[in-house]
Design a protein around this ligand. Structure first.
Ligand SMILES: [Zn+2]
Length: 249
């Protein structure tokens, strides 16, 4: 009580309104306006990033999977694996730092399940979203079913073509997880080729991860797709022992 009175007196004495210290902004940099003299405040950028993350498809994975909690100890089963993974990690961190939506190269993550492909692609998505880019992240299966819905649904004849799938062509970075686990048919193969080819031609980066090695890719996809994947993407190889199995032991 005494203390409060004293503070009020001091504030008035110093020429401030007596409730001056009661004003609590969430962000003191911009006083919650979202803008400072330098433009958009960091708090606004963070809020926009949060919204982008929610709509990007990574959602709940974000807090769990980051570069910070990517643990190289699971690759220490051999010196060679450890070093190769450390090199990947450094390369991918730099990729995020220098990301540019028209000059960054597309990446193909290749390796068996449980070796951190999803973890690292999620970490990258988050990092790149925080830089202000528009990132879409989903499995091949989900992406292709959007194309199928759009193609085969009868009730949307009046809706503009591409309302579900345009984002896959236009986003700054498209991350396709688990290529090779989707159901394939003539339609999905032609969609996949069109999507990959269109983005490659317009120099829009993608990160595609797959459990399939090049021989299996060749068996599963026609040559137009594999020559794109093997020719226009930089391969990032994941070696090691299944991390989920290691954690169980
Ligand atoms: Zn602010």
């Amino acid at each position: 009580m005494h203390c409060k009175k004293k503070r009020r007196e001091l504030l008035i004495f110093a020429g401030y309104p007596e409730d001056y210290t009661n004003v609590k902004y969430h962000c003191s940099d911009c006083e919650d306006t979202g803008f400072t003299q330098f433009g958009e405040c960091d708090c606004l950028k963070r809020e926009l990033a949060r919204i982008t993350i929610e709509s990007s498809g990574i959602g709940g994975l974000v807090t769990e999977q980051s570069f910070e909690n990517f643990d190289l100890k699971y690759y220490a089963t051999s010196q060679k694996e450890y070093e190769s993974m450390k090199k990947n990690l450094d390369f991918l961190k730099t990729y995020v730092e220098k990301f540019n939506d028209s000059t960054s190269t597309s990446l193909l993550f290749v390796g068996a399940t449980g070796l951190g492909k999803t973890h690292l692609s999620t970490a990258m998505a988050t990092g790149i979203i925080y830089k202000g880019y528009d990132v879409i992240y989903d499995t091949a299966q989900n992406i292709l079913s959007d194309f199928e819905d759009e193609r085969f649904r009868k009730d949307n004849l009046n809706e503009s073509k591409g309302y579900l799938t345009k984002k896959y062509f236009t986003c700054d970075l498209l991350i396709i997880d688990d290529l090779g686990t989707e159901l394939t048919n003539t339609f999905t193969l032609s969609v996949l080729y069109n999507l990959i080819n269109t983005r490659v031609n317009s120099k829009k980066p993608m990160i595609i991860s797959t459990n399939l090695m090049s021989k299996e890719l060749n068996q599963r996809y026609d040559q137009r797709i594999t020559s794109r994947l093997l020719g226009a993407f930089e391969p990032i190889l994941f070696h090691g022992k299944d991390i989920r199995m290691q954690k169980l032991n």
